[in-house]
Design a protein around this ligand. Structure first.
Ligand SMILES: *[C@@H]1O[C@H](CO)[C@@H](O)[C@H](O)[C@H]1NC(C)=O
Length: 216
C-alpha cells in the first residue's frame, strides 16, 4: 500500500469519528471557508449532537454557519445564557461552491427540546428568508423576517434545563416560495423542519447549534 493511501485513510478515519464536539474558531475574518474537512466536521457534530436524526435526515453539508451574539462567535455546542441571546444573532455563511449567484437562502432557528414528543417536533424561534451568502457582513442583515426572532427562554428547573438551538441554512426553491405556502405552514404552534422542506421545496444545506440555558 502506498504511503499516501495510508495517510488518506488515517485522515478520513480521524475526521469521521464521533468525538466530543470541538470548539470551532472562525478562520480569516468572520466566516468559515467551506473546505471538505469543515463540511465533514459539521456533519460529525450534527450526528454527535443527535440533531441528525432528531430534526434533520442525514445530509452532506455544503455550507458552514457562523453565529455571533453581541459580536462573539458561538462555537458548536457552546453554552449561552438567556441574557446572552435576547437579541437576534448575526449569521454568516459562505456560498456553497456549486450554487449559482442568484440562489437565495433561508435561516431557521428552532428548539427540538422545548416540547414533549406528543406536542410536536420543535419550537420555532426565527425564520428569515431571501438571504445571500456573505462572509464580510452578516447575511442576516439582508432578507426579510417570516417569523420575528423570539429569544430562547429555556425553563430553569424543568428538565432538560439546557436546550439545543439549531440554526439551519436552507437553499430556497428555484423561483422562490410559492405564495401563501409559508403562511399556511406556520399556522400551528409546533414546527417540523422536515415538513417545511417537503411543503416548500427548500433544502437544508448547513447548520450549527448552541446549548441555551437560563444561566449559561
Ligand atoms: C455539549 O455540551 C454539554 C455540556 O457541556 C455536554 O454535556 C455534551 O456532551 C456536549 N455534547 C456533545 C455532542 O459534545
Amino acid at each position: 500500500m502506498r504511503l499516501s493511501t495510508i495517510l488518506a485513510a488515517i485522515v478520513t478515519f480521524t475526521s469521521v469519528q464521533a468525538s466530543p464536539v470541538e470548539r470551532r474558531a472562525p478562520q480569516t475574518g468572520d466566516c468559515i471557508t467551506p473546505t471538505s474537512s469543515a463540511l465533514q466536521k459539521e456533519r460529525t457534530v450534527l450526528l454527535a449532537s443527535k440533531l441528525i436524526p432528531d430534526i434533520y435526515d442525514d445530509f452532506e453539508p455544503s455550507t458552514t454557519v457562523a453565529v455571533y451574539y453581541h459580536g462573539d462567535f458561538v462555537p458548536y455546542n457552546a453554552s449561552q445564557g438567556a441574557l446572552d441571546t435576547l437579541t437576534a444573532p448575526s449569521v454568516y455563511f459562505p456560498k456553497p461552491t456549486r450554487d449559482g449567484d442568484d440562489t437565495t437562502y433561508t435561516l431557521i432557528m428552532n428548539d427540538p427540546d422545548a416540547l414533549g414528543d406528543a406536542l410536536g417536533p420543535s419550537f420555532l424561534h426565527w425564520i428569515r428568508r431571501g438571504l445571500k451568502p456573505s462572509c464580510d457582513t452578516p447575511a442576516t442583515d439582508g432578507g426579510q423576517d417570516v417569523r420575528v426572532y423570539i429569544p430562547p427562554t429555556p425553563p430553569p428547573l424543568l428538565p432538560p434545563t439546557a436546550h439545543r438551538y439549531a440554526l439551519t441554512i436552507l437553499r430556497e426553491p428555484k423561483g422562490g416560495y410559492a405564495p401563501d405556502v409559508l403562511e399556511n405552514l406556520l399556522k400551528s404552534a409546533s414546527f417540523d423542519l422536515r415538513a417545511y422542506q417537503q411543503e416548500t421545496g427548500a433544502k437544508v444545506i448547513g447548520s450549527t447549534y448552541f446549548l441555551g440555558s437560563f444561566t449559561a
